[in-house]
Design a protein around this ligand. Structure first.
Ligand code: SAH
Length: 234
């Protein structure tokens, strides 16, 4: 019987002491990859329940049943920072989702622009990447990943939330730490069109910001932007 450092996300945890099962993939991971046995413990978490140590009561190749033993962290709020970024090729999108989760993003909103080549994402796959990153980096919340949206529509429906638009033209001030709900927006490799820039400029609550002196690749800009916005937040 071992207390392992394995940490898995489980939405809708039942009340303490009640048995619950994990997904097939999680059961496979515990049984076949990590070779855990009955009595071993792992950590289970979600945003509502916090984090709990849980003991395995039954395990086979395809199913795992556990029971919570003790709370290891109470639920706690996390920063409310969105990332809106022009959709990238698959590998780069995967990387942005993983790194944004590690940096503490709360919502990921892929955007489609006139100069974006991709318009489709596999949301299930991106959600799995975000879940694994949250498990690894000790977060309690898995960020929400939204369906891609046209930038013009996103701007037309923009909510009551400060939006920092990363602008590589070197005229804006450096992006600083967020003090409340916020969002950062990163454009496509080819830049926004004039029409898009006008729509962005007309949106209330937007500020153009710099991410430093050099022109960054879009994926670097997404990561640097969230680091500047979130590195100092609790
Ligand atoms: N407009 C350029 C480069 C686009 S870089 C071109 O046409 O080639 C892709 C996106 O990264 C930009 O839209 C911007 O949002 C962001 N970005 C890159 N470097 C930046 C910097 N130094 N400051 C602010 N934003 C930056």
């Amino acid at each position: 019987m071992a207390d392992t450092s394995i940490r898995l996300h489980k939405p809708n945890l039942p009340p303490p002491g009640e048995a619950f099962s994990l997904s097939d993939a999680q059961a496979h991971y515990l049984a076949n990859v990590m070779r855990l046995a009955e009595g071993d413990t792992i950590r289970i978490f979600n945003g509502d329940a916090g984090e709990w140590r849980a003991a395995i009561t039954k395990i086979s190749r395809k199913a795992a049943v556990l029971k919570t033993v003790a709370q290891t962290r109470p639920p706690a709020p996390e920063p409310d920072a969105w990332l809106c970024f022009a959709l990238l090729k698959r590998q780069k999108t995967d990387m942005v989702v993983e790194k944004a989760t590690e940096l503490g993003v709360s919502v990921i909103q892929p955007i489609i622009t006139a100069r974006t080549n991709a318009d489709h994402v596999n949301l299930e796959r991106l959600r799995a990447i975000a879940t694994e990153a949250a498990e690894q980096c000790e977060r309690l919340h898995v960020p929400e990943i939204r369906e891609p949206m046209q930038v013009m529509k996103l701007m037309a429906d923009w909510p009551d939330r400060p939006l920092y638009v990363a602008d590589e033209r070197r005229t804006a001030n450096l992006l600083g730490p967020a003090t409340g709900p916020s969002a950062v927006m990163i454009g496509p490799e080819g830049g926004f069109t004039d029409q898009e820039l006008e729509a962005i400029a007309r949106t209330p609550l937007i500020t153009r910001v710099s991410l430093g002196r050099r022109i960054l690749r879009a994926e670097t800009a997404a990561i640097a932007g969230l680091a500047l916005l979130l590195a100092a937040s609790p």
